[in-house]
Design a protein around this ligand. Structure first.
Ligand code: CA
Ligand code: CA
Length: 286
């Protein structure tokens, strides 16, 4: 009875001028590595940064100086603070920082998630698994072979995470063979840096392993395959940078960083009916 009364009271105060679902949801706004990615005014509705900054209908969700944001890494909540004003300098994407009470920027790394929303965007955490895992080595080898790639599997990251919260874990793998890429001391991929041309046979991809209708399926998230590279393409390094529920439906989206010669791209990928779709992306470069 008490709850019913509270709900009625909330509806009374929140509903005028707003759709019911959006009033309860409150919307989200988020950036990765300081790049404004977009907003979700409601569950499953993805607004890109260009629309968010240009369409007056979304002015409430746009970033202004002093908005409350939380900053997350793969390790969880890194801090809470307020946003700077948006910096709009073409051709760069809109950028903003989040600073703590002492004015210090939160998130030293390039790839942290800054988000403003009313729910917990990280209700479940991903666990990093050993990249030497034989089962996943075999899976990647099979995936490459099916694409006609003869290069041996070279796994960079493996994460175990329950995306939907249905009690069944998904596995997200990034694998790459980029002959001239930069790797950190710990064997973690860093950046494809200033490599102008990929070597033949170079590859880099992110794969979701998921049980769909009782069967294990491998669903591509994003990928680069140089093949013989007759066109002389630079390599793209794809890697996983996080998992978060950005639209408030309780399902985690996959966040990726794709870097290439003088450019980078952050992607937000959602699983929809057994497929993976890039629902939002933003970055810099040609
Ligand atoms: Ca699951
Ligand atoms: Ca979600």
């Amino acid at each position: 009875m008490k709850r019913l009364f509270a709900a009625a009271l909330a509806a009374l105060f929140l509903l005028p001028g707003m759709a019911g679902a959006e009033a309860q949801h409150g919307g989200s706004t988020f950036g990765i590595g300081g790049v404004l990615m977009g907003a979700c005014p409601s569950v499953g509705k993805w607004i890109d940064a260009e629309t968010l900054t240009g369409d007056p209908r979304y002015a409430e969700l746009n970033v202004s100086r002093g908005d409350a944001f939380r900053v997350f890494s793969m390790n969880g909540l890194e801090g809470e603070g307020v946003s700077s004003a948006l910096v709009m300098e073409d051709p760069e994407p809109p950028m903003f920082d989040v600073t703590d009470a002492s004015g210090k920027k939160i998130g030293e790394a390039m790839t942290w998630l800054s988000i403003r929303c009313s729910w917990d965007p990280q209700p479940r955490r991903a666990a990093a698994l050993s990249t030497k895992n034989a089962v996943y080595q075999k899976a990647v080898e099979k995936y490459l072979a099916a694409r006609g790639e003869t290069a041996r599997p070279q796994i960079a990251q493996i994460f175990k995470v329950d995306l939907e919260g249905d009690g069944v874990d998904e596995v997200v793998i990034s694998a790459m063979r980029l002959k001239n890429a930069q790797w950190s001391a710990g064997g973690v991929p860093q950046h494809s840096g200033m490599i102008f041309r990929a070597e033949p046979g170079d590859y880099s991809f992110v794969l979701l392993r998921k049980i769909v209708a009782g069967r294990v399926r491998e669903i591509p998230v994003c990928g680069f395959f140089a093949g013989k590279n007759k066109d002389g393409l630079p390599p793209t390094m794809h890697k996983v940078i996080g998992f978060a529920d950005l639209d408030g439906d309780g399902v985690l989206e996959m966040l990726t960083d794709s870097s290439y010669y003088e450019g980078y791209w952050f992607g937000v990928h959602a699983v929809q009916e057994g497929k993976v779709r890039e629902v939002l992306g933003n970055g810099f470069g040609v």
